[in-house]
Structures are given as structure tokens and as C-alpha cells.
Design a protein around this ligand. Structure first.
Ligand code: MTE
Length: 323
């Protein structure tokens, strides 16, 4: 767990997306206090002796056939514990430690992903088949909209490999990612924090860029539930919330989809959400970031999180308007 003294945590960081939840009151209203959600029943599985992946849904599985990638940064990676212990996954609660504590109940098998829309060969694929695609370790810098960052060794395959399976048509201008809605395992969805299920989207050229990864693992193990098991998006030049977790449906569409945080707070979160030190969040600056576990903003944020190879996707676009 990352240590942060409450006095140093801005309200904007606790409720990163502009929604101040009076958590206990809301939980009480939703009848969840007695279920152990607020009282911490479940323990911090990330610290369990059997190992983090074992705790994350009993899936202590090493991924094999993983090759290294030239796209990896050589910066020092955060530890497994840091990456798995400090998350946003609002279906399991709005505090950073909630996902590690409550996402263990997420049911990740059987798991299928429906791929549909503007494609020649729509299909439903089982996660086991997706695990057979060429897996790579991608050590990416990840920048959260809340002005902190981590370096994370994801394991996954390029989104464009998945697109090849279904052959998008020329009408496919955007891709929509719909995530799991399991009310029986997700106590957070009883509260109207977001319009569930969590939906994210990319423009088709962003999705097809070789940096866009569908992650199935963290370090050399299957993804912990709290990090979005069994399949999540990773887009390293965009703020972390674009990385939809536990994806069940991928739609190739003609119109730009309405995405979760844009719907919830459009004045604060746009569709593009590219990391950009020149475009402040309405309530805080994006110029600098804390590279966790550092306590102070010790890094200057770079445009596109330093992934300059995506700059050409936005030639001629006003990134202040399309934030
Ligand atoms: N996906 C779903 N389904 N639900 C969520 O609440 N939170 C997003 C994103 N994906 C979220 C989600 C946010 S706000 C962030 S910052 C990242 O997941 C954090 O994921 P990570 O810490 O595992 O990288």
C-alpha cells in the first residue's frame, strides 16, 4: 500500500473525478454498511502471504510465452504491491484501497468478449483464446489525471491484433469498450456514482496504434482483479481513466461514443483525455506529477506522457478544445 497522510491528500485526489461522495452516508443509504464494504471485511488481499496473484481471485498463474517489447521504458518500475494496491475501480468503491479489498469477488471465469459493430466478422471470443495471442511485456509510464504516475510492467497484446480477428469496415471510426456489470460482486454499482456499466472509447486510429495494449497481466502474472482482470485497455499517452477494466464488449462504431467520465462531468473530462501539461484540469494543474511513492510532485509532466510517436494522430487539432 502506498502511504499517504490524509492531511496531504487533496479532496480532488480522494474524489478524483469531481464528485464528492459522502461515502459513509451514501453507503448507509444503500444499505451496504452491514455488508462489510465500509468496515473493511475481506482484508487487504494484496498483502496476503500466498502472493498477490493468488489473492487476486485465486489465479496464481504465471503467463508464459511473453516476449519483451521495444516499446518498454527503461525507467524503474513500481512494485507489484504498489500497482495492485492503489487503484480506481469504482464498481468496488471510491477509495484507492477499495479495489484491492473488494474486487476479489469479481467473477472472471467463464469470460467472453463480444466484438461487434462495423466489422466484417463479428464474434464472441473466450478469454482463453485471447491469451493465445502473442503476449508482450510492455513497461509503460502511466499518468493519472490526479497528477500522479507509476511505471507499470503490463503484459498484453496490441489492440490491432484483436481488430484483425473481426476485420473492421471503413465505417468503423471509433471503438467503444464496455466493461463488466456484475451487481452480485460489485457493491459500488448500487450507488449512482457513474452511469454503469463503465464505458470508454478511442478513435479508431488511436485504438490501432501499436502502443494501444489489451492487458491480461501485470509483471509475469495474470492481472489482479483490481487492475481489471481478465482483460483491460492500456493507453499510455492518455490519463489512466481511459484504461477500461474488465472488458466484456468491444464495439466498432461510426459515432463518437459517450464515455463514463465525460458523461459524469463533461466540463472536467473530455473524450480525448490526452496527457497534456498545457491543459489544466479545471481544479488543478497538470504541469507536474508525483511519481509514486514519492510524496511531492517530483516530475514534470510531458505532452502525451512522453510518447511522442502519437503526436501525428493529432496534427491540426486544438488540444485545448479537444481535451
Ligand atoms: N474501469 C472500470 N470498469 N471502472 C473504473 O472505475 N477506473 C478508471 C480506469 N478503468 C475504472 C476503470 C480509472 S479512474 C483509472 S485511474 C484506472 O482504471 C486505474 O487503473 P489501474 O490503477 O489499475 O491502472
Amino acid at each position: 500500500m502506498l502511504i499517504r497522510r490524509p492531511a496531504d491528500v487533496l479532496p480532488s485526489e480522494i474524489t478524483p473525478h469531481g464528485m464528492y461522495l459522502r461515502r459513509r452516508e451514501l453507503l448507509k443509504a444503500a444499505g451496504l454498511l452491514g455488508l462489510g464494504l465500509a468496515s473493511g471485511v475481506g482484508g487487504n488481499a494484496v498483502l496476503a502471504a500466498e502472493g498477490p496473484a493468488a489473492a487476486a481471485g485465486g489465479a496464481a498463474r504465471k503467463l508464459s510465452g511473453v516476449r519483451k517489447s521495444a516499446f518498454s521504458t527503461s525507467e524503474k518500475a513500481n512494485t507489484f504491491k504498489e500497482v495492485a494496491g492503489y487503484n480506481n475501480y469504482y464498481e468496488f468503491g471510491t477509495e484507492k484501497t477499495d479495489p484491492a479489498e473488494y474486487a476479489q469477488k469479481l467473477k472472471t471465469r467463464p469470460w467472453t468478449v463480444v466484438i461487434e459493430g462495423e466489422v466484417k466478422k463479428p464474434r464472441t471470443v473466450g478469454i482463453e483464446d485471447l491469451l493465445k495471442l502473442q503476449l508482450e511485456e510492455r513497461i509503460y509510464r502511466m499518468r493519472c489525471v490526479e497528477a500522479w504516475s507509476m511505471v507499470i510492467p503490463w503484459v498484453g497484446f496490441e489492440f490491432n491484433q484483436l481488430a484483425k480477428l473481426v476485420e473492421p469496415t471503413s465505417k468503423a471510426k471509433f471503438v467503444e469498450f464496455v466493461t463488466a456489470l456484475q451487481p452480485e460482486t460489485m457493491p459500488g454499482v448500487r450507488l449512482p456514482v457513474l452511469d454503469w456499466p463503465y464505458v470508454e472509447g478511442l478513435r479508431i486510429d488511436e485504438a490501432m496504434h501499436p502502443l494501444t495494449l489489451m492487458a491480461v497481466g501485470l509483471y509475469d502474472q495474470v492481472l489482479p482483479n483490481q487492475n481489471g482482470a481478465p482483460l483491460r485497455l492500456v493507453v499510455p499517452w492518455k490519463y489512466g481513466f481511459k484504461s477500461a477494466k474488465s472488458i466484456v464488449r468491444i464495439r466498432f462504431v461510426e459515432q463518437q461514443p459517450k464515455v463514463a467520465w465525460e458523461k459524469a462531468a463533461p466540463q472536467e473530462y473530455g473524450f480525448y483525455s490526452n496527457v497534456n501539461p498545457n491543459v489544466d484540469h479545471p481544479r488543478w494543474s497538470q504541469r507536474r506529477e508525483k511519481r509514486l511513492p514519492a510524496f511531492f510532485a517530483n516530475y514534470e509532466t510531458k505532452l502525451f506522457n512522453g510518447y511522442d510517436q502519437v503526436a501525428s494522430l493529432y496534427t491540426g487539432m486544438d488540444l485545448k478544445k479537444f481535451y
